[in-house]
Write a protein that binds this ligand. Structure first.
Ligand SMILES: [Zn+2]
Length: 212
């Protein structure tokens, strides 16, 4: 049985959205670091927004300086496995466990940080993944606003999907390995200001620690 949406409380407790008295939402970026991440970091800095980046281990290996920049800018890092394989649904619990550990290891080697937060690739949580996460002891951070920005080509459609029902406490999933993400983010930040919605770093929104 495979849960393809991130609403997997049936399997595992996760953090997806947080009714908030403050008018704030949280931004999360998956699948980086990539060549497109620096432009995103510039925008976030310009608007004084802090976010979470769920990094892929092999991408950290490829872009170590960008990884450092994410941390220097005050964002938090989460685990998104080492290879982010499309075949994750076919991996054994042991293999998934090793994928999670390998991502933890490269982050600790590069930064000294011990990751606490995990986001499963493609939002897939099956019983094997659940077992691996219970063994690794990570907290799962999901999302509740998913605009399919890595699949849809039209920035207008993506922005509409994000903003049409946006409310305080929402957690938005974007991808920092897409060329169009910076331009989507730039427009989104303007819309947030118009709607009087601020942003909170996800760990602060949920009142949890990002690291052990
Ligand atoms: Zn991903």
């Amino acid at each position: 049985m495979v849960s393809t949406t991130i609403r997997f409380n049936f399997f595992l407790k996760g953090y997806h959205s947080q009714p908030s008295e403050k008018s704030c939402i949280a931004l999360t970026f998956d699948d980086g670091p990539s060549e497109y991440t620096p432009e995103i970091l510039e925008l976030l800095k310009k608007h004084q927004v802090q976010a979470a980046f769920f990094c892929i281990g092999k991408q950290i290996e490829k872009y170590p300086e960008i990884f450092q920049q994410i941390l220097e800018d005050g964002h938090i890092i989460g685990n998104h496995t080492f290879h982010h394989t499309r075949k994750i649904g076919f991996l054994s619990s042991e293999q998934i466990f090793r994928e999670i550990l390998a991502c933890d290891e490269i982050v600790e080697n590069k930064s000294g940080l011990k990751l606490k937060l995990f986001r499963p690739p493609f939002g897939i949580i099956n019983p094997k993944t659940k077992r691996a996460i219970q063994r690794s002891g990570h907290l799962v951070m999901g999302w509740n606003v998913r605009p399919y920005d890595a699949i849809t080509k039209s920035p207008e459609v993506i922005i509409k999907r994000i903003t049409r029902k946006l409310k305080p406490g929402d957690v938005i999933l974007l991808h920092d390995n897409q060329q169009q993400t910076a331009s989507i983010l730039e427009q989104l930040l303007v819309i947030l200001e118009k709607k009087n919605l601020g942003t909170l770093r996800p760990d602060k929104l949920f009142g949890i620690h990002a690291y052990r």
